[in-house]
Design a binder for this molecule. Structure first.
Ligand code: IMP
Length: 422
């Protein structure tokens, strides 16, 4: 399977990294196409836990080459923090990561802007400067990795942007604002020097590898319901975590993607604010949160928990073109008397089965559940679908039928070993 795109099919945190890590054993190249250090991709193996924010999870296998595409917003400080951390744990990164010169840089003033804006908008962002960096990109004021490699251009562009930003910050957020927004320049230029060996034309590189029929994984970040076009706007991220984002974020033809694997968690979580029709009642939600360790790996925030929403799931399958589902964290539902799946919404007395991301509608949608018998047995030791408790099998089959895509991979523990193909 030359190009397999992995997308988060819900509100992020579906366990993408674990599945990417599992699939990477047969993969030559892993590429990130959108988002930035707002992602928190956690992988556990050999009793070691790795949390990656910017570098593709595929780096954990020594044979893979990782790419950071033009659609990613690139935080150079985080990048080196991550490479150093990986190196200290025995993972070699030298010559194994290529960064697109066209990726836009997340700069300190973007993070400050994110904090200022968040005070007013209450989106619940990760405060990693993601929105302001994409805003600068689209308004054609952004500064790219390539600019960091030329001291004169970098200084000049930062100076121009910093002047405008300082005026905006003073006028809108803090009337005593007088910070020097250019103070990071020398430090960043030194990082730019260090970055030079990593910068490469990822577009030609990846297209060549596709044409050579190499095995390639594209690692989506966040999730479909956080997509700036299809998600619960404005409670979304600022990129396209859906399939289209892979095409524009890497410069590859859509028809070269043969497989789209949508990662779904067996229940639902969301960090940040915004509507969430199948959010669980407090007690069970708390139980799932603790058992599933549902706390943000980037910000540590408790995640809101809910039942699997097949209305949103089917929508996600449709807009992403999901061909295969990887179902994660099934084990967290072990031991429950009943498990629920949201199969439709009730909106103003009517039953609806289409997902409408419009806040005014979604906020009023009440979940209509199908209740299934739970399973008392542990799924812990399962190595195949037929090892799973019968009721767990029924749950998976029903879920697959409702979203309209086959379940190909199941994960039942955070460890690398707890994953199998169906
Ligand atoms: P931003 O991406 O930091 O601007 O945050 C916008 C929204 O996306 C907030 O609700 C965040 O909690 C959410 N978000 C961003 N990245 C992730 C992620 O990797 N997992 C889950 N939610 C995320």
């Amino acid at each position: 399977m030359p190009v397999n795109l992995i997308v988060g099919a819900q509100w992020g945190d579906e366990g993408k990294a674990k599945i990417i890590d599992y699939l990477s054993k047969n993969i030559d190249f892993v590429a990130r196409c959108q988002g930035g250090a707002n992602a928190g991709h956690t992988v556990v193996f050999d009793n070691q836990k790795f949390i990656l924010h910017l570098i593709p999870s595929g780096i954990l296998y020594s044979h893979t080459i990782c790419l950071i595409g033009n659609g990613v917003v690139f935080d150079v400080k985080k990048f080196f923090e991550e490479t150093e951390n990986l190196n200290s744990k025995g993972i070699d990164t030298k010559g194994r990561i290529l960064v697109s010169p066209n990726a836009h840089l997340v700069l300190p003033y973007h993070k400050l802007q994110d904090e200022f804006e968040e005070e007013k908008s209450k989106i619940g962002t990760t405060k990693r400067g993601i929105g302001p960096t994409y805003t600068d990109k689209v308004s054609r004021k952004g500064i790219r990795v390539r600019d960091l490699l030329d001291a004169e251009i970098f200084r000049q562009k930062v100076r121009a942007n910093a002047q405008t930003k300082a005026k905006i910050f003073k006028a809108l957020y803090r009337n005593d604002f007088d910070e020097d927004l250019t103070s990071f320049v020398d430090e960043f230029l030194a990082l730019g020097e260090k970055l030079k060996p990593y910068v490469a034309d990822t577009i030609y590189f990846l297209n060549e590898k596709i044409n050579e029929n190499k095995n390639i994984l594209i690692e989506g970040a966040q999730g479909a319901l956080l997509d700036v076009d299809f998600g619960t706007y404005p409670f979304v991220t600022s990129s396209n975590p859906t399939s289209g984002g892979a095409v524009t974020g890497l410069g590859i033809p859509p028809w070269k993607i043969q497989k789209v694997t949508g990662i779904f968690k067996a229940y639902l979580t969301r960090v940040g604010n915004g509507p969430f029709p199948s959010e669980m009642e407090t007690e069970i939600g708390e139980k799932i949160r603790q058992k599933g360790n549902e706390f943000g790996s980037t910000t540590g925030r408790p995640r809101r928990c809910g039942w699997f929403d097949a209305v949103a799931g089917k929508f996600s399958v449709m807009i992403n073109g999901i061909t295969d589902v990887a179902l994660t964290k099934l084990d967290i539902l072990d031991g429950l008397d009943k498990v629920k799946i949201c199969v439709a919404y009730e909106f103003e007395g009517r039953k609806i089965t289409n997902f409408d991301s419009e806040l005014k509608i979604l906020e009023k949608c009440k979940p209509i559940y199908e209740e299934l018998d739970g399973w008392k047995e542990s799924t812990e030791s399962a190595k195949s679908f037929s090892d799973l408790p019968k009721n767990a099998q029924k749950f998976i089959e029903r879920l697959s039928e409702l979203v309209g895509a086959k379940v190909s991979i199941i994960s039942i523990s955070p460890d690398r070993k707890g994953t199998f193909e169906v």
